[in-house]
Design a protein around this ligand. Structure first.
Ligand code: UD1
Ligand code: CA
Length: 446
């Protein structure tokens, strides 16, 4: 095993009671993805050879969510953060690389910050423990980092156990640390729980290491990166930071946001350049927007692709597998699901298009509905290139409209229509001359 090999331990056994949720805290979404997955995705850049997640209640949920991407260890009951790392003994005792200890509810860390932490661990001083510190605006009940005159870390004091003088220290413990795997369990084995919480504090390994003559160090991160999420309001704060970063990134990359704070992105949103997004638009997961697209206000997208030069909205809803072609137009109050709208086709007003293929340059009139569902099965509607579908048409799938065909307004189309044909299914118009005038006269006599 190489000294630089990396194991990560993600602590997630805390009760998470403040979340008041049946869903495990670390599975609550941030930017449309469980916070645990944000963290695990960040870790991939560090190519860890071992990934261990420590859970208490909700093991099945976490297991289901991470699949084979990590080993799950149960800590039951929970006797503190030190105890939480101790329970990985079966997995990691004997591992002599770096062990990165993380919290499942601290998901906003950057790769650079974690890489710095590991670099300090690998540095010439070879500290046994490197703690990620930060200077919060409000020191709350964070553990405080005590340094000696040389600036090396001597101890971490928990707020509960701290003196007034120690509480005045502004450098706090984020909880994240990199530990020399070859000494980690020796240090953990010496932990005691004679403290205010009656717990085995992981933080105590610093003083234990120092007492053995091992060096300990601090690496410093910004508060925004190390914020923990313990409640719905902290989740909302983290979401706000996440969204602010996404908005900035998209603007930096050539996207115009008319009112950035009203536009919400997902972790995986992809947007090209020279795209304009008007206010109040939500990008749920799995949306791709190519270049030169205009998105008007009040739209909701999920699992959709919008191709070069298309215009969408206002008030459009694109659901999974909606593929809006080059230069196509999706207008107001239009819902599209699992449908391909080919180049320059138009669905301008008040339509539902589901399980359909709309050919290039076809024009779908106002109020057109694809009747794709009979209560049991979903069926396909195919509309040929250049076809014209009159307003208020119901297309009862499965049905195929040929290229260049015209469907008269108000039709209910149940059978295929040949290319270039006209089809009208509504009742013939009937006129009775003077009827209205006679009707009014009779009414007024009463
Ligand atoms: C811990 C640190 C404190 C630091 C703070 C940062 C200790 C003793 N204290 O305090 O110095 O400033 O984090 O937020 O480490 N967990 C388990 N099993 C347990 C207990 C906790 O897995 O038995 C997990 C929790 O799920 C959580 C993390 O460890 O992800 C931190 O636990 P928490 O109770 O929030 O620690 P604090 O007391 O806030
Ligand atoms: Ca906490």
């Amino acid at each position: 095993m190489s000294e630089t090999e990396l194991a990560v331990v993600i602590l997630a056994a805390g009760k998470g009671t403040r979340m008041k949720s049946a869903l495990h805290k670390v599975l609550h979404p941030l930017g449309g993805r469980p916070m645990l997955h944000h963290l695990m995705d960040t870790l991939e850049a560090l190519t860890p050879s071992r990934r261990v997640i420590v859970v208490g209640a909700g093991k099945e949920q976490v297991e289901k969510s991470v699949g084979n991407d990590a080993e799950i260890v149960v800590q039951e009951p929970q006797h503190g953060t030190g105890h939480a790392v101790q329970v990985t003994s079966d997995q990691l005792r004997g591992f002599s690389g770096n062990v990165l200890v993380l919290y499942g509810d601290v998901p906003m860390l950057s790769v650079a910050t974690l890489q710095d932490l590991i670099n300090v661990r690998q540095g010439t001083a070879r500290p046994a423990v490197v703690v990620l510190g930060f200077e919060p605006e409000d020191t709350k009940s964070y553990g405080r980092l005590e340094l000696d005159e040389q600036g090396s870390l001597t101890a971490i004091v928990e707020h509960k156990d701290a003196s007034e003088a120690q509480r005045a220290i502004t450098l706090c413990n984020s909880g994240i640390m990199a530990v020399d795997g070859s000494v980690m369990f020796d240090l953990l084995d010496q932990l005691q729980n004679n403290n205010a919480a009656g717990e085995f504090y992981l933080t105590d390994i610093v003083a234990i290491a120092k007492a053995q003559g091992l060096d300990c160090a601090v690496s410093v991160a910004s508060e925004a990166e190390v914020i923990g999420i313990n409640s719905r309001s902290e989740l909302a704060e983290a979401e706000a930071l996440f969204q602010a970063a996404k908005r900035q990134k998209f603007m930096d990359d050539g996207v115009t946001l008319l009112d950035p704070s009203s536009v919400y992105f997902s972790y995986d949103t992809i947007i090209g350049t020279d795209v304009t997004v008007e206010p109040n638009v939500i990008f749920a997961p799995n949306v791709v927007v190519e270049d030169n697209v205009t998105i008007k206000g009040f739209c909701h997208f999920e699992g959709a692709t919008i191709r070069n030069g298309a215009t969408v909205g206002p008030y459009a809803r694109l659901r999974p597998m909606a593929d809006i072609g080059t230069g196509a137009k999706i207008g107001n109050f239009v819902e599209v699901k699992k449908s391909t709208i080919e180049a320059s086709a138009k669905v301008s007003h008040l339509s539902y298009i589901g399980d359909a293929i709309i050919g290039a340059k076809a024009n779908i009139g106002a109020g057109t509905i694809t009747c794709n569902y009979d209560g049991y099965n979903k069926s396909l509607t195919e509309i040929g290139k250049g076809a014209f579908i009159g307003s208020n048409t119901a297309l009862v799938a499965p049905v195929k409209i040929g290229e260049g065909a015209i469907v008269g307004a108000g039709s209910v189309v149940t059978r295929g229509v040949s290319g270039d044909a006209l089809v009208v299914t509504r009742a013939k118009q009937k006129e009775i001359g003077g009827w209205a005038a006679t009707f009014r006269k009779n009414q007024e006599k009463k």
